[in-house]
Design a protein around this ligand. Sequence first.
Ligand code: AMP
Ligand code: MG
Length: 488
Amino acid sequence: MPFTMRGNDVCSVISPSPLPAPYWVALSRSAADLIGLRLNDAGMPQDPQWLQLLAGNTLSVDSIQFSDPLATVYSGHQFGVWAGQLGDGRAILLGDIHGQELQLKGAGRTPYSRMGDGRAVLRSSIREFLCSEAMHALGIPTSRALAIVGSKQPIRRETMETAAICSRIAPSFIRIGHFEHFAATQNIVRLKELADLLLTHFYPECAKNQDQYLSLFKAISLKNAQLVAKWQSVGFCHGVLNSDNISALGLTIDYGPFGFVDHFEIDHICNHSDHAGRYAYHRQPQIMHWNMACLASAMLPLVELDYSAEDAQALLRSALEDFPIEYASQWQHLFRHKLGFFAEQDGDIELIERLLQAMHDSRIDFTSFFRSLSCIPKSMSPKDIALRNDFLDRDGIDSWFQDYLARLQIEALDDAARKLAMDQVNPKYILRNHLAQAAIEKAQGDDFSEVTKLLQILSRPYDEQLECGIYALPPSPDLNPVAVSCSS
Ligand code: AMP
Ligand code: MG
């Protein structure tokens, strides 16, 4: 849907800065389908102008003319502290195509670039591209990635790297930070316009209610509670859950120093710059809740249009309390399914929590453990379960498996049917950091084949794939952990 708001208190119309001598690094066929982009037999756009469009070197392609590309202004809380005005510092929204917004990340400076160069490097573009498409295939709401175009233009980060642009697609890139911006600048007209835009295009069921702004708040908050439960269920850590990186549509956006947990640590920190662990795995739900509190304060003036100031505050406060309830219910549902519990029983949650504690204590690989769980027949004896050998406390895990197998007895599905159902929720393939890193290192030597290969594998994360077994393995212990930080 188009971002229809205009005016210099909302956005700046700005053209991308040209990227010299661009070349294709990768393209997602399924993202191309989403916007009706026609590809040739080689899987590339039929109209070669697309390369120039996605490099920011032209604004017209096929019969489309993007007449007013723009960068939007937003504000936000970064690492828990009010950061004031931010904005699309390196992302330029080209416009709307097939009901989706097309944005170029790394397309040059904008009025919101502050000290930044407006560019993105190949390394971070590959990570964002692969993870967006992997998350989509996992069934997790996310912005999509259409393509990466690269260039030899040098870019200074911690070392010298080269520039790239990742083209992103989403129905809308509106963030909590947009609300915070108009609330902080007391621009109530724009605040209302923003909420009305969301109500019309994305939350029409809320627009029917008398208390439409309160309903909108509740709906955004619940979507984000559901989102973070999904992240937890696949071991995904976002890395920078600042309020300007939280979508008003409940999408995963702004992939930076994200990471999937390999060897499970409940307090895993994926972002090297996050020294205090504010955005550690186990903190994500409470941090998302905190972000929803930021949204609630930003939306207070709107709720006050329908209620007295006192009632508006009380209603928003009470709506905010629905977040942990929704989160817990989604989390329980997802983890029950991961364990093969399709009926609900008292004691399930305790079993799940005992397992996660044991996995943490022995640093068990999160993804491959859950994937393997589906292979255990109900009639097996705990001592014959090979997975037990990975745990340090054998007696403890034997006792857990005993309770687990007893619990499985009451499931209606037989072993084969339960395996099928569990394999739909426990992925075999995720974008592990070491896999992304290997693809990046090859790409930095102009070999993009590993990016394409990973894209292919990760687009079917729940399927067994022939000869791809090594892509399912955790990093070997002698491999140095990949350090990812905010610098990208
Ligand atoms: P992030 O942590 O990546 O979400 O970025 C926070 C803010 O900094 C956003 O407003 C970005 O647009 C901006 N930003 C990040 N990197 C750059 C860059 N290289 N040039 C300009 N702005 C940037
Ligand atoms: Mg951001």
